[in-house]
Structures are given as C-alpha cells and as structure tokens.
Ligand binder design. Structure first.
Ligand code: PLP
Length: 227
C-alpha cells in the first residue's frame, strides 16, 4: 500500500476505538454503528488508501465529484453514500453509483428516484433547526415524505438523517431525531436506521441511537480548499 497519506491509518484506528468506546458506554455492540468515512474534497487516491485500510463505506456531498471518484475507483468494492444536497435533475445519475442517499428532503426528489433500475437505500433528511434554508425536510412534513419514499419501488427506506445544529447542544437535537425515527418506523417498521454523528458529535449521536456515522476530518485530516 502507498504511504501518500501519513497518519491516515492511525486516525482511522483511533476513531474506530472512539466509536467502540461510545457504543459500550451506551450499552451497544460496536458493530451496531456503521462508519462512513466522508471523503469530500479529497482525491480519489486517498479513498483508495482508505479502502486498503479496510474501509468499505465512503460519503460524498457533491454529485460531480462523487460520480468521478466512483468511476475512477470502480475496481474497488466500495459503498458510496451520497450525503449532500441533490439537484432533482442529477438524481437519476446519482442513483447509478450511489449505494445510499442520505439527503432525501423533498417529494420531487423521491419522484425522480422512484423508478430507477437498481434499488438504493434512502434516508429522509430532517431539518433540526428552525431555519428552512438549512438542509432537510421540516418535521411537519416528515411523515408524508417518508410515506412517499416507502412507496417508491427503487428506494428502500432505511430511516432518518440529520446534521446537529451549531447553535444547540447535540444531545437535545439528537433526542428529537430519535423521536422522528420512531415516527418513520411507524410508517415502515424496517426503517430503523439513524444517520447522525460527525467528527465533533459522534459520541452523542451514538448515545442517541445513531446507526450510521458520517465522519470526515477526524480521519482524513483537514479538507483541501473548497472550490
Ligand atoms: C462534511 C460532512 C460530514 C463530515 O463532517 P466532519 O466534521 O468532517 O466529520 C458529515 N455529514 C455531512 C452531511 C457532511 O456534509
């Protein structure tokens, strides 16, 4: 394996240890939390190195970048998780490489994904802030959107996703998310997953029941400049 990214393996191990500790503290099995390494803005070569370290699940938030990397790394058996804002007109393209889309936030997006020819995992993103400009469906519209996803042939409703607001303690935000998860489960009993927890709040997310952690910078190091 190349050594282009010194410290990557150590940081990965450290975060895996932190996840295992947080799971034990919450009375959960470490295997109950899936680590998705968020590789946005980093080159495909870093993703390849992660794969060599045993990483299977990677997260990206921009369609063009994700599509390019997935094509370049098609020889690897990676699960690509799309976690960013997705334009309706790009949805069908994203569904070709994505194993899961965590950012389902409106009915039009569901409609463009509903008839695809491969089934992908779908998380409904919930907005935990009062600012409608932030990502995610408002809790008021959650049930309707979840019903729509559950009825879409090419989508498998897995559960809810959220980003903790900056202006609130993650514990209380994730507690609300756990309540939204229960509402979605009442619609689709198999949709038990919760995608939550990033570099600075994954332990709180695990305590609140997160099953899919989206962790970037703690593992990859600082992201290169936004372009
Ligand atoms: C970038 C990003 C992450 C990872 O953030 P880190 O703080 O680097 O761990 C997780 N979720 C979403 C939606 C993101 O855009």
């Amino acid at each position: 394996m190349s050594d282009e990214y010194p410290g990557l393996g150590d940081r990965l191990l450290q975060i895996k240890g932190g996840i295992a500790d947080a799971c034990r503290a919450a009375g959960r099995e470490p295997e109950s939390a899936t680590l998705i390494v968020v590789t946005k803005f980093h080159p495909a070569s870093l993703v390849r190195e992660l794969a060599g370290l045993g990483v299977v699940d990677v997260g990206e938030n921009r369609h063009q970048e994700a599509q390019d990397k997935a094509a370049e790394l098609a020889d690897l058996d990676l699960n690509w998780h799309f976690i960013g804002q997705l334009q309706t007109k790009k949805a069908r393209q994203a569904a070709r490489y994505a194993h899961a889309i965590h950012s389902i936030d409106r009915e039009r997006l569901v409609d463009s994904l509903a008839e695809g020819d491969r089934v992908i995992d779908a998380f409904v993103q919930v907005n935990l802030t009062d600012d409608p400009g932030r990502g995610g469906v408002s809790p008021t519209d959650l049930d309707r959107l979840a019903e729509r996803v559950a009825a879409a042939p090419a989508l498998r409703l897995r559960g809810v996703m959220a980003v903790a607001p900056l202006e609130e303690a993650p514990e209380s935000a994730f507690a609300r998310l756990a309540g939204y998860s229960e509402r979605v489960r009442a619609i689709e009993p198999t949709a038990t997953d919760i995608s939550a927890g990033m570099t600075h709040d994954f332990a709180e997310a695990i305590a609140a029941g997160a099953t899919h952690l989206r962790i970037g910078s703690a593992i990859t190091g600082k992201r290169p400049e936004h372009r």
